[in-house]
Design a protein around this ligand. Structure first.
Ligand SMILES: [Zn+2]
Length: 237
């Protein structure tokens, strides 16, 4: 039980409507913009993000028992400089991805390691330039290592791709191969498609207008629920 209790300790994550952010951030995150995928299908970019205040918070906040928030925002210079400064932003759908990764970890029977640039990539990230990819929705992960296995061979990648695909019809993987975008030869790519998540803290009655500038925090409800679950003493029993 310890793990479950710790993961939200001190972690009231602010939920932001990206339309409320400053011009530079809005331009980089492009909330609500349409982008085309390789098949020319159009997908709407996410609007609601978690605001991650600091590196320490990213390290300590667990989205699920085995995945800390920082694992989804590891990037290098390919990401826009402003988006490497704190606070940082990650689409709220990352918690759905983390849930699936947790199942994937159980299926693989070993720890799952996301590569640098293998989690969330903003529309301003250099790897996002050509076409829409679920990485821009926070719903894709590139995994380079599972337990002690570095994923470089078709044998290893095929094996873990199969475990990922068996989780759900919603999971897509890239087959082993050497065509960037269509295949992967040094990681397992798994994604859930173009999921956008509207957190329950958000009111949708003003979909086209920015939300009022009232801070909203995720997980508050859950913490209260946990408080209610504290053992109740029954001295008479
Ligand atoms: Zn990928």
């Amino acid at each position: 039980m310890g793990t479950v209790d710790q993961r939200l300790d001190g972690a009231a994550l602010k939920v932001v409507d990206a339309f409320d952010l400053d011009d530079e951030l809005r331009t980089l995150l492009r909330p609500g913009d349409m982008v085309k995928d390789e098949q020319q299908r159009r997908h709407r970019l996410p609007r609601y993000f978690y605001e991650v205040p600091s590196h320490e918070a990213a390290m300590s906040i667990r989205v699920t028992p085995h995945f800390a928030l920082n694992e989804f925002i590891l990037v290098d210079l390919k990401e826009a400089p402003r988006l490497q400064q704190w606070p940082r932003y990650i689409p709220c759908a990352v918690r759905v991805l983390a849930f699936f990764l947790e199942q994937f970890r159980a299926g693989a029977g070993a720890s799952v390691h996301i590569a640098v640039n293998g989690g969330y990539r903003s529309p301003g990230h250099k790897m996002s330039e050509k076409t829409a990819s679920p990485h821009m929705w926070g719903t894709a992960a590139d995994i380079y290592r599972i337990g002690t296995t570095i994923l470089k061979t078709s044998e290893a990648i095929d094996k873990y791709n199969e475990i990922a695909e068996d989780l759900s019809e919603d999971v897509r993987v890239l087959p082993y191969g050497h065509v960037t975008g269509a295949n992967a030869d040094d990681h397992v790519h798994l994604d859930l498609g173009y999921i956008t998540l509207i957190p329950r803290e958000i009111s949708e009655d003003r979909m086209e207008m920015p939300q009022e500038n009232r801070p909203r925090f995720a997980f508050e409800e859950r913490r209260q629920r946990k408080d209610r679950r504290q053992p109740v003493e029954h001295p008479g029993e």
